[in-house]
Every structure is written in structure tokens, then in C-alpha cells.
Write a protein that binds this ligand. Structure first.
Ligand code: NAD
Length: 336
């Protein structure tokens, strides 16, 4: 049975200045939660969303004391803080990704000490064994495919280790932990520039740049035939809430199963932009695994639901937001 939470109990969102965290804080406030704390390491002007109704704090959650301060009085914790980015970031910053192990470990210790009732950990599809992802025509990944373990170097190992920390805190200390393996989340109010952006936002940006500049070309990482699925942020938020409130103790996939190649993703965004571009393939760029999709049997069985917002619908909203940022943002910086 799903567990609801009194709306006046404190909820902590770590990584609250990040993409998913910013949306989650907004969602919790919109649902009537009166005490939401958002914590992030970044200065406020770098948060994607700052919600004045939340208790916003800037802290480095690699430190135990910062985790203890954050967790104080928190009935629920959503641990989303991590040093991460798209393929270009995680393939070149493995040590930084691994250091996020301090965040989850210290957050779990702080949650236990604070008597927190439920703890959510944002894991990733990068925990899955690389040898199960060598073909673009993939067999979708089931939860048990994470073992025998051979995850994405750096980032994926950290996520897998942290999943296990959650399990042992639950088994040994009675802390209720819930773990979702996110598969590529996208939407407005996320990174679209600067090196940490992921494929949907990067492709929207490149197509908008081509449209605005009149240079009708696009650079695509790899041969464009690598495949993925992408989940729109609204599905992610709904899934997080359902999983957090559920009795599902083991890590569970939270992702779309609409598989596309990167070339097909470009087709969709070109359609939204009403433009067709010459494609230049950068074969030595970071690409990650060849193919990856989410098997949603478990989430369908356990929750009677799975992410269903189509790429066409989600990308239209994302494209519109990035377009606005690029054009209004340019005007803003020119003015300021
Ligand atoms: P994000 O980078 O936008 O948000 C993460 C936030 O954590 C950032 O704002 C960052 O400043 C903060 N952070 C990093 N180190 C910190 C520290 N030491 N102390 C406090 N805050 C710190 O990423 P996101 O897309 O919102 O992802 C949220 C979570 O979901 C992450 O754990 C990520 O690994 C996981 N995830 C995301 C995706 C995706 O496609 N977006 C996929 C799989 C898993």
C-alpha cells in the first residue's frame, strides 16, 4: 500500500539546485508540502530554479556535518545530489563521479541519526553491465541485469555501490530506503550548454543554433546509430513519488521504453524546428554504450504504471524552453 506523508513534516531534497531537484521542490510545494528544504553546493545564481517558499541552503554534502545539518528534522529525504553530467562529462571525470559516494554515504548516516522515515536514492541506468549494451538493437535492461557487475566506469560503479549502501542501511539499521534507476531524464530547466548537457538538450541547442545562424549543419557524436530511451521530467517526478511511497525495496527502473537512435532523435527535433540539416558525424566523441533501453515489466507489475510521455511531446516543450533561454538569455546578457 502506498504511504502518504503529512504535508507539514519536513522534506529534504538534496541537489535542489539541479535539474531534477529543482522540479521536485516545485512539485512538492505545489502538492501543499509546507516544509521543503533544498540543499545544493552551487551558489544560488547557478541553481536552475530557486523556490522562495523552500528553506534553501548552500552546503557541500560530501561533508558529514553538512549532511547532518540538512537532515535535521527531515521525515523524508530525496538524495539527488551528485557530481554528474552527460557522456562528455562522466567519461572524462571518473574520479569526481566516484567522490559522490561521500554524499550518499554521509546522507545515509545523517538520515539514520535524524530518525528519517524514508530515504530515496537516485540511481542510474549506468549501473547496468556494459556487455549487455553492445548492440544498438537492444534487449531492454531488466533490474537483474545489473549483476554480475560491470557498470559504467566511475559514475556507474559509484551508483551501484551507493544502491548497496541503501540496501544495507535498510537491512541493518531499519532505515526505509527506496532506489530508482533513472534512464536519461530531460525537460525544461536543465543543462543545455557548457559540457554537462545530455543528448536531448544538446541536440535542441545545436538545431536552434543552426536555425538562428542560418548555418544548416549539425555535429553528431558517433555515427548517430547508438540507441537510448529518454524520459520526460513529468514522468520522472510522478515515478519518484510512486516509488518513494511504495513498498518496493529493491532498485527499480524508472525510464521510458520508447527506444530511438540519436539520428531519430535529431529527426524529431528537426521536425519541431521545421528545418533539415546536413549531419556531420564526430566518430571519436564520447558515446557511452551502443544501445540501452528500460525494461518496464517490474514497474508495470508493481505500480500498474510506467513512463508514457512521448518524445515528440516532451521534446516540443524542451525545445521551446531552450529556444527561449537562448534568445531571451542572449538579450538579457547583452542588456546586462
Ligand atoms: P544535476 O547535475 O542537475 O543535479 C545534481 C545537483 O547536485 C547539482 O545541482 C549539483 O550542484 C549538486 N551537487 C553536486 N555535488 C554536491 C555536493 N557535494 N553537495 C551538494 N550538492 C551537490 O543532475 P540531475 O539531472 O538533476 O540528476 C539528479 C540525480 O539523478 C543525480 O543523482 C543523478 O546522478 C541522477 N540521474 C540523473 C539522470 C538524468 O538523466 N538527469 C539519469 C540517471 C541518474
Amino acid at each position: 500500500m502506498d504511504r502518504a506523508l503529512d504535508k507539514d513534516r519536513l522534506v529534504l531534497v538534496t541537489g535542489g539546485g539541479g535539474f531534477i531537484g529543482g522540479h521536485l521542490v516545485a512539485d512538492l510545494l505545489a502538492k501543499g508540502h509546507s516544509r521543503v528544504r533544498a540543499v545544493d553546493i552551487k551558489p544560488y545564481d547557478e541553481w536552475y530554479q530557486v523556490h522562495p517558499a523552500a528553506d534553501n541552503r548552500i552546503l557541500d554534502l560530501r561533508e558529514l556535518a553538512a549532511c547532518e545539518e540538512s537532515a535535521e528534522d527531515a521525515a523524508r529525504i530525496y538524495n539527488l545530489a551528485a557530481d554528474m553530467g552527460g557522456m562528455g562529462f562522466i567519461e572524462n571525470n571518473k574520479a569526481l563521479c566516484m567522490i559522490s559516494v561521500l554524499i550518499n554515504t554521509h546522507m545515509l548516516m545523517a538520515a539514520k541519526a535524524a530518525g528519517t522515515e524514508r530515504f530515496f536514492y537516485a540511481s542510474s541506468a549506468c549501473v547496468y553491465a556494459a556487455d549487455k549494451q553492445t548492440d544498438a538493437h537492444v534487449t531492454a535492461l531488466k533490474e537483474e541485469d545489473a549483476y554480475p557487475a560491470m557498470p559504467e566506469d566511475g559514475y556507474g560503479w559509484e551508483k551501484l555501490f551507493s544502491e548497496r549502501m541503501c540496501r544495507h542501511f535498510r537491512e541493518d539499521f531499519g532505515l526505509t530506503t527506496r532506489v530508482a534507476r533513472f534512464h536519461n531524464v530531460y525537460g525544461p530547466h536543465g543543462t543545455w550548454d557548457g559540457g554537462r548537457e545530455k543528448a536531448p538538450a544538446a541536440i535542441c541547442r545545436k538545431i536552434i543554433q543552426a536555425k538562428l545562424s542560418g548555418r544548416h549543419e549539425i555535429e553528431i557524436w558517433g555515427d548517430g546509430e547508438q540507441s537510448r530511451s529518454f524520459m520526460y521530467i513529468d514522468d520522472c517526478l510522478y515515478g519518484v513519488e510512486r516509488i518513494m511511497a511504495s513498498e518496493i525495496e529493491e532498485p527499480i527502473n524508472l525510464g521510458s521504453d520508447q527506444l530511438v537512435t540519436i539520428n531519430e532523435l535529431v529527426d524529431i527535433v528537426e521536425g519541431i524546428a521545421g528545418i533539415s540539416l546536413k549531419r556531420n558525424y564526430k566518430l571519436d566523441a564520447p558515446q557511452g554504450v551502443r544501445g540501452r533501453n528500460s525494461d518496464n515489466t517490474m514497474i508495470q507489475t508493481r505500480l500498474g504504471w510506467a513512463p508514457g510521455i512521448t518524445l515528440e511531446e516532451g521534446l516540443a516543450k524542451t525545445y521551446a524552453w531552450i529556444y527561449d533561454e537562448m534568445t531571451a538569455g542572449g538579450a538579457r546578457s547583452a542588456a546586462g
